[in-house]
Ligand binder design. Sequence first.
Ligand code: ADP
Ligand code: MG
Length: 309
Amino acid sequence: MKALSISNLKKEYQGGVQALKGINLQVDEGDFFALLGPNGAGKSTTIGVISSLVTKTSGQVKILDIDIDENHSLAKKKLGVVGQEVNFNQFEKVGDIIRNQAGYYGLGFRKSKENAKYYMKKLDIWDKRNEQARKLSGGMKRRVMVAKALVNNPELLILDEPTAGVDIELRRSLWDFLTEINNNGTSIILTTHYLEEAERLCRNIAIIDSGEIVENTSMQELLTRLEEETFIFDLVKPINELPDVNEFEVVLENPRRIKVTLAKDQGLNTVFKKLSEFGIEISSMRNETGRLEELFLELVEPTLKEKEQ
Ligand code: ADP
Ligand code: MG
């Protein structure tokens, strides 16, 4: 079974913004999945549709095999969502917010109390239970949101940029906590614009850009790919067959052009040496920057900038 299955999902906002242009996404049960993308890519819109806060234009969404259009209330019970914005009444007490949410999901009084206590303790907000939520710091409010999303023990937890704007300590403790509940069987999807965060936590990843999924693979495969560089070599004399090289990957694009892929730390000298051994002369070369690589510069840069500050 899939924890989440999205088919051909489109969202056009009033005014004509095409926030989602027909995305497809599958997340396995038990997975820790990252939806990575720059600002405005469509991450929150996707989560909004899954959690029925945003009306989709077309397409299908299934949570644990339950179509959200066919059985909305059952789908909702399987799902916990931590949005980007504070989603509780800040004048209420922390404990009440979390217990009431459990009640809203249909948990009985005793069970609500028990679950609320469990997650408040887990998230280190138990001693804040009698405080008015508005008095808490931003980071503490984020913990309240996580406890609220988890109080009915959802099978799928979705978090929208959970660590944006929170301090490093909370970021770390949230990472540990999410890893723990994922190990205990909860499927987790998070959106982030931090590559580092996706890298730390997630097994699988999709990258979204301008409302389209541009990449969907395992984290490991993606990282390997990012450590490679591709060059295009134009040749002086045409060749019909490639030489037999093991040191790097080479593809014959056409008789006068080859494409070489090598690890970023490998250096081009080996390539030049090897090619000249086979009598291949190069007239010009250039670095091929893929769309993915360009996108990654955008995704990695904000992290670096924040670190410099
Ligand atoms: P992300 O969460 O990846 O930053 P969003 O899903 O918030 O991206 O936004 C995707 C696109 O949809 C952006 O171009 C954004 O400006 C637009 N958008 C988001 N919400 C609305 C809305 N309520 N009305 C109109 N356009 C919106
Ligand atoms: Mg967003």
